[in-house]
Design a protein around this ligand. Structure first.
Ligand SMILES: *[C@@H]1O[C@H](CO)[C@@H](O)[C@H](O)[C@H]1NC(C)=O
Ligand SMILES: *[C@@H]1O[C@H](CO)[C@@H](O)[C@H](O)[C@H]1NC(C)=O
Ligand SMILES: *[C@@H]1O[C@H](CO)[C@@H](O)[C@H](O)[C@H]1NC(C)=O
Ligand SMILES: *[C@@H]1O[C@H](CO)[C@@H](O)[C@H](O)[C@H]1NC(C)=O
Ligand SMILES: *[C@@H]1O[C@H](CO)[C@@H](O)[C@H](O)[C@H]1NC(C)=O
Ligand SMILES: *[C@@H]1O[C@H](CO)[C@@H](O)[C@H](O)[C@H]1NC(C)=O
Ligand SMILES: *[C@@H]1O[C@H](CO)[C@@H](O)[C@H](O)[C@H]1NC(C)=O
Ligand SMILES: *[C@@H]1O[C@H](CO)[C@@H](O)[C@H](O)[C@H]1NC(C)=O
Length: 738
């Protein structure tokens, strides 16, 4: 049955080796993408026209040994024994395909063969979808055109390399050149086969109020999948995957990170096939696709960012952080200081009027906050939003609470000065524009605007339904209502919430159609109001994804504000997302979610590890000592904020592994650093922890908290010791390079 014949695949001319300093080199039909420390190589197999992967990992130069593939007359054909760039279905590769097209005749076979390629300086925009961006100095793009001559379908694979970040971004266009409709049943933005038998995978799982818990497991033979079928990226799993060598840690080892720039349902599959290769697929959730593609039309996949790091999981995170800060987030606030804010929700909930709001804003100003955010409850005319039972969709101020609109109160609030500063308070507002309560004027007028499937029930969650943002009239309604509110008063911050998943949809394809509509709405509003600081939110971190970050520079990380749990949630979120993007607040104790009481300093210190620091409480109800601590904590938050927003993050100890979680942020120019150290539980009669820093200049000297100076080498190899007493201690230490 088996023949011993060994076929040599591949064609690696010397030109690829010599030109390894160029970001993209194509010689004939062999391709090389070169970053600072990464090489990505693949070629066209000249007998099948298929694309075979050759290498994705540390830099390779010179000739690469040819891949030897045993030619066995078994069930699995050659396509199942090689590393494929874009595996289609029906050619003898029995692993999960990256694309599955249902032809009008019913078959799902395709034969996408290399046709041509082009190299583009820079990176073209992705029509209608969020995407990383850069000038031709930052990024280069290789587009490989594939064609299936039997069905007249083309697939264009786009590979963009950001060499300074060791990041390769891929997306796919599928175009129907035939005469009948076809259905795209599945389409992965990224598909890659790694040759290694032994890998582990890391993902982020959770649920409401416990987002971003790190999950690490061995990649076993067979398929291990996760994803979201909620309609959105979701709390349940984040659209992020890391594959790591088994010995990889935060600071050592090879790591491949994959991050999908998308907010809809998604699917991530890792399959170790019979030959031992590990395939990773990242893209649409096939259960929410079934995309009808009429003749002449194109489906563009979201893009997947892949980063490679030799410096462990932390190295991968730092690449993603800086790439996203500089080449994804469009807002002018991406890396600029965020005002310390006070949000009314945990303090007042739905129960307020003009006066009590003004009074709370005044207290916020007195403790030094710079922005006051009015949360849920301010709108609804016929169906006033005084509870979560009605009013969503009616975006006009509640006339009982605000008889003259928001303007007079906003004017008074923005007239306040934050304590001891010449800064005027800013005013922000909460909205949830994608939702509607059945008890609302909007729903009475437009019952067909909500997601629903014919006669099936319209399942309510939190008494609300989801508007169908695929409909242009819904997009226009939202753009107009939100524009009207923002134009009605001096509102410079918006918290955009989204508190339920999609249940009954008219068709599986509605999920993606909704996303295209939602991105259109986000893009229009954020372009129209560039001076507004937009914060994304979805029952906390239910939509913490790169798609949202393109438009909103920050996202509310979790509705769980318990400071102890927040360490896990924020450090988990930071696997893929920059700390600059995290909203984090100091809230009242006992904590609303966990009932735990934590010192005000510890709560403040955890919150200032996020780019947007805030208060979620009524200062008047705090114990006097805690209230007195607020101005100092706000001042410290403002001091560390520039480093957190733009610096490199080093997760020194993880809360999963250590009683002393610790994080170091080092400013972009290396001059300043801030260290956060926590003790979770009392540590009786045991030596005090020594925290060894990372990422410093070994030869330089650093002044620690304005006191003694130590060299980087000493701080990294010996470390600093922290005397803590009792449960839940915290320290913030500033370092200044001399
Ligand atoms: C196909 O590629 C192989 C290996 O690179 C090469 O030896 C062979 O000449 C090529 N055949 C054609 C028809 O180009
Ligand atoms: C993908 O399709 C879109 C829409 O037709 C087009 O703007 C874009 O240039 C295409 N991209 C590639 C890489 O072919
Ligand atoms: C093809 O798709 C178009 C656009 O959705 C639709 O109007 C048409 O009915 C479809 N044709 C068939 C034969 O299904
Ligand atoms: C506003 O609410 C406060 C506190 O609940 C109450 O004392 C006050 O009378 C209310 N003012 C108006 C105008 O309703
Ligand atoms: C304002 O300054 C006074 C006097 O220095 C100080 O007592 C108070 O705590 C400061 N308040 C804030 C919010 O910084
Ligand atoms: C909507 O209003 C009706 C009539 O006022 C009421 O009976 C019903 O309970 C309300 N529904 C919700 C979800 O609040
Ligand atoms: C705003 O301040 C003015 C002057 O103190 C006051 O007369 C007015 O009632 C305030 N309005 C609101 C809505 O707070
Ligand atoms: C620095 O000096 C101050 C004042 O002497 C002291 O309170 C603080 O603990 C010192 N910090 C460190 C890290 O040694």
């Amino acid at each position: 049955m088996a023949s011993g014949l060994v076929a040599m695949l591949g064609h690696f001319p010397a030109v690829l080796a010599q030109a390894s300093s160029k970001p993209i080199v194509a010689d004939g039909t062999s391709f090389a993408l070169n970053g600072k420390t990464v090489s990505y190589r693949f070629h066209v197999d000249n007998t099948t026209g298929d694309l075979y992967g050759d290498h994705f990992g540390g830099s390779v130069t010179g000739d690469i040994p040819l891949e030897s593939v045993a030619s066995v007359n078994g069930w699995v054909g050659t396509p199942g024994r090689v590393r494929r760039e874009f595996p289609d279905q029906g050619r003898g590769d029995f692993r999960i395909p990256a694309i599955r097209i249902r032809q009008s005749e019913g078959y799902t076979v395709s034969d996408l063969q290399y046709k041509s390629h082009e190299i583009i300086a820079g990176k073209p925009a992705l029509s209608g979808l969020p995407a990383t961006m850069g000038s031709k100095e930052d990024v280069s793009t290789l587009v490989v055109h594939l064609y299936d001559k039997y069905s007249d379908v083309s697939a264009d694979l786009s590979y963009s390399i950001f060499p300074n970040y060791d990041a390769i971004v891929r997306s796919v266009n599928v175009t129907n050149h035939g005469t009948a409709n076809i259905t795209i049943e599945s389409l992965a933005s990224l598909s890659v086969d790694l040759p290694f038998e032994d890998l582990e995978m890391i993902s982020l799982r959770g649920d409401w109020a416990r987002e971003a818990h790190r999950e690490r497991r061995k990649v076993e033979y067979g398929i291990q999948s996760f994803g979201s079928a909620t309609g959105y990226s979701s709390h349940l799993h984040n659209p992020f995957l890391a594959l790591v060598e088994p010995s990889a840690t935060e600071s050592h080892g090879e790591v491949w990170g994959f991050s999908l720039v998308y907010t809809g349902s998604f699917s991530i599959d890792v399959e170790k096939g019979s030959q031992g290769f590990t395939r990773a697929l990242v893209g649409f959730n096939p259960g929410h696709l079934s995309w009808n593609l009429p003749p002449g039309e194109t489906l563009t996949s979201p893009e997947c960012v892949s980063v490679y790091s030799k410096d462990g999981i932390g190295g991968m995170s730092r690449s993603l952080h800086s790439l996203y800060r500089k080449h994804l987030i469009k807002s002018k606030f991406a890396t600029s200081d965020r005002p310390a804010l006070l949000n009314s929700w945990e303090g007042l909930s739905f129960d307020y009027n003009e006066t009590s709001i003004y009074n709370l804003a005044n207290e916020a100003a007195e403790v030094g906050a710079k922005l006051f955010v009015l949360d849920d409850g301010w709108f609804g005319e016929k169906y006033p939003r005084t509870s979560d039972e009605q009013g969503l969709g009616d975006w006009v101020p509640n006339p009982d609470r605000f008889p003259n609109g928001l303007e007079p109160m906003v004017k008074n609030i923005t007239g306040l000065k934050a304590a001891n500063s010449s800064t005027n308070m800013r005013f922000g507002i909460w909205v949830e524009p994608e939702m509607v309560n059945p008890n609302s004027t909007l729903y009475n007028e437009h019952p067909d605007w909500v997601l629903h499937a014919g006669p099936y029930p319209r399942t309510e969650r939190r008494n609300q339904l989801v508007l169908n943002l695929a409909l242009p009239e819904v997009q226009e309604f939202i753009i107009k209502s939100i524009s009207d509110i923002l134009s009605s008063a001096d509102i410079t911050y918006v918290k955009w919430d989204n508190n339920r998943g999609m249940h009954e949809m008219p068709s599986p394809a509605t999920d993606h159609a909704y996303m295209l509509g939602m991105y259109h709405v986000f893009d229009t509003l954020t372009s129209k109001f560039p001076n507004v600081l937009w914060e994304g939110c979805a029952s906390g971190g239910g939509r913490f994804d790169p798609g949202v970050l393109q438009y909103f520079p920050q996202i509310w990380t979790s509705d769980d504000t318990d400071a102890v749990q927040r360490i896990t949630i924020q450090l988990g979120t930071s696997l893929a997302y920059p700390p600059s993007a995290m909203g984090a607040h100091l809230s009242a104790v006992p904590n609303q979610q966990t009932g735990r009481t934590v010192s005000v300093a510890f709560r403040g210190h955890v919150a200032m590890m996020g780019g947007s620091f805030g208060l979620e409480l009524d200062p008047a109800e705090m114990p006097a000592d805690d209230k007195a601590a607020l101005p100092g904590l706000i001042a410290l938050a403002e001091k560390v904020n520039p480093i957190v927003l733009t610096g490199d993050m080093w997760r020194l100890n993880l809360p999963e592994d250590s009683n002393w979680p610790a994080v170091l942020f080092i400013s972009e120019n290396g001059q300043q650093a801030v260290l956060f150290v926590f003790q979770l539980s009392a540590n009786i009669d045991h030596s005090w922890p020594r925290i060894r820093l990372q990422g410093l200049d070994a030869k330089a000297s650093y002044k620690v908290d304005g006191n003694a100076s130590y060299t980087g080498a000493t701080l990294m190899n010996l470390g600093l010791q922290f005397p803590f007493d009792g449960d839940l201690g915290s320290q913030v230490v500033m370092l200044e390079k001399q």
